[in-house]
Design a protein around this ligand. Structure first.
Ligand SMILES: [Fe+2]
Ligand SMILES: [Fe+2]
Length: 154
């Protein structure tokens, strides 16, 4: 989904929520495998989990950066600092997923994966809140006030 559909708060929120809910389920499943010392299964769940983050949240981030963020920065220049911060959130998530992939390549499937997944979930939750409440706010009078004052709302 890209372009105008990402501007709709409801449609955009449901993309966030379905990806995050699946991510939480996968995290719980991996935790269970580690607890029960099911090494082979833990390995498979880790592969699926990394693919999940890459194909859903990171892919979504990329389409935002190519479309929505560029358009918003053009339309509302005072949002540029916020957009830089949101892009940094994406970068952090990319780097955490990369760390997970490195552990997987080295066959090191342990509780470090759970810590990385918890970090991803926290960063993503905060990021999603900011996209909705700061980037896609429908509060036009606030937009106007900020534009008049020339402030940055980040
Ligand atoms: Fe995003
Ligand atoms: Fe988003």
């Amino acid at each position: 989904m890209s372009g105008p559909s990402l501007r709709k708060q409801d449609a955009h929120t449901s993309i966030h929520e379905s990806a995050l809910n699946e991510a939480k389920e996968l995290r719980a499943l991996l935790n269970k495998c580690l607890k029960e010392e099911q090494i082979e299964k833990a390995l498979k769940v880790t592969e699926v989990t990394i693919e999940h983050w890459e194909s859903r949240t990171l892919q979504h981030a990329e389409s935002e950066e190519e479309g929505l963020y560029k358009e918003m920065a053009e339309e509302k220049p005072y949002l540029r600092q916020l957009i830089t911060q949101l892009t940094r959130d994406h970068d952090l998530m990319r780097r955490i997923v990369e760390q997970m992939r490195n552990l997987l390549i080295q066959d090191e499937i342990d509780y470090r994966m759970i810590s990385l997944l918890d970090s991803l979930i926290i960063v993503d939750s905060i990021h999603n809140e900011d996209e909705m409440n700061k980037l896609l706010t429908k509060n036009e009078s606030y937009d106007k006030k900020v534009m008049e004052k020339g402030e940055d709302i980040a």
